[in-house]
Design a protein around this ligand. Sequence first.
Ligand SMILES: [Zn+2]
Length: 215
Amino acid sequence: MPSAAPSVARSREGGGRRTEAAARLPRSVRRTLPRPLALCLCLCLATAAASTLPGSCRDKKNCKVAFSQEELRKRLTPLQYHVTQEKGTESAFEGEYTHHKDPGIYKCVVCGTPLFKSETKYDSGSGWPSFHDVISSEAIEFTDDFSYGMHRVETSCSQCGAHLGHIFDDGPRPTGKRYCINSASLSFTPTDSSEAEGGSGRASSSPASADRAEL
Ligand SMILES: [Zn+2]
């Protein structure tokens, strides 16, 4: 195509002229020329990085805390692994914490992040541990779940991405929320009884209380 040739030639010429023009500029000016380009590149990279920052931990590669699947298979029970890593659901009324009422903190069984306080646990009758509030708004992430032909909102640990359960809008006041959570996704740390009782020296040094502290 004859028409393409002149434009290529022109652009080459233009490029040549610009190079010559730059060459005529004082050295200090020439050095500053690439800066806008570099700045633009930095901004582009920063934008690209920001779009993949954790915020969404749906893809476990973006999670703040990551564990190898091999380690988790060793450390967790088969049910804990299935529920947290494969979005499984434990059988209703069979979970360890369904009817658990002790005071303390429920944590993510995978990474130990505190998730719920015992004060917000209530008996929903669903067969799974139910809470009307989360310990902090950053602890849990919410994701649309369209499995089984229905729309539910999945809850997962914001730190490691472990599947926890789902959230529903039929909870008690003041939140009106029901965090329906698998026991298999949780570990429980009881409130330190010696602290609650004002702490007696004898109790805190006894082997029994040391054992409790490790739980
Ligand atoms: Zn976690």
